[in-house]
Design a protein around this ligand. Structure first.
Ligand SMILES: Nc1ncnc2c1ncn2[C@@H]1O[C@H](COP(=O)(O)OP(=O)(O)OP(=O)(O)O)[C@@H](O)[C@H]1O
Length: 234
């Protein structure tokens, strides 16, 4: 179980997160839903170890991992798909997916996962993960790599951004696959349609948790309140 306990974060004297308490249970999927600037990515970066909270703790199975680096957390099974996927000159999609051969996976599984994210094996396996791939294609490659890695926790920051209209279906397929592997998904989004695809949701606004619970219930509340709120608009 991964938890945030009383997490606060300030930057240049501005309080960005206040009293954030979140629990992510094994095998479940969660969304962190909220408008632009709510603090969602800051929460993701704290979970991943890219940012240290000003106070509060990140707990993994009850152990305080707040001081652990991104690499150390990755070793413990916490992985992240960044909003902007990276480029790697000279590395083929196939090599990227197998971590240069370190991940022992069969060609059939690579083929299956690439097809699943909408990238036909024959056309993409030997392409380079550089600027010749579009942003959406790189994003799909990154999702494929996480599906093959099967981490214990995966944080997906705006997984639908930069993807075409097939994104909703793609997210469903990916969530289903992660569920089968027992991976806990933490999905950052400002689209309620995407949040509905997860089991549970946290609605965050102004650096606070406004509502938490089953995704349907939280989304209903978000729809009722968020669109009418001048704070979110301004
Ligand atoms: N280094 C920084 N200095 C000052 N303010 C910052 C800094 N980093 C983030 N913020 C502010 O913190 C708030 C939360 O940012 P964050 O990126 O977490 O929001 P978000 O919910 O992910 O937004 P979006 O949906 O637009 O990606 C924003 O108001 C942002 O401007």
């Amino acid at each position: 179980m991964l938890c945030l306990r009383n997490v606060e974060y300030s930057q240049n004297g501005r309080r960005i997160l206040r009293s954030i308490n979140m629990t992510f249970r094994d095998g479940m999927s969660y969304s962190i839903l909220g408008p632009n600037g709510a603090g969602k990515s800051t929460i993701a970066r704290i979970l991943m170890g890219e940012l240290r909270p000003t106070s509060g703790q990140v707990l993994l199975d009850g152990e305080d991992v707040t001081g652990l680096s991104v690499t150390e957390r990755a070793k413990r099974g916490i992985s992240m798909a960044w909003q902007e996927p990276a480029r790697y000159e000279g590395i083929t999609v196939r090599n990227y997916l197998t971590l240069g051969g370190k991940l022992k996976i069969g060609e059939d599984e690579i083929r299956e996962v690439l097809e699943l994210v909408g990238l036909p094996y024959e056309r993409y396996a030997h392409r380079f993960v550089d600027k010749s791939l579009s942003g959406g294609e790189r994003k799909r490659v990154e999702l494929a790599s996480l599906l093959l890695l099967k981490p214990r926790y995966v944080i997906l920051d705006e997984p639908d951004s930069g993807l075409d209209i097939t994104a909703g279906k793609l997210i469903e397929v990916i969530l289903d696959r992660f569920r089968k592997c027992g991976t806990t998904v933490i999905l950052i989004t400002h689209h309620e349609g995407i949040a509905l695809k997860t089991d549970f949701a946290y609605f965050v606004c102004g650096g606070r948790i406004v509502r938490k619970g089953f995704s349907q219930e939280v989304v209903d509340y978000y729809r009722k309140t968020c669109r009418r709120c001048s704070f979110a608009e301004g």
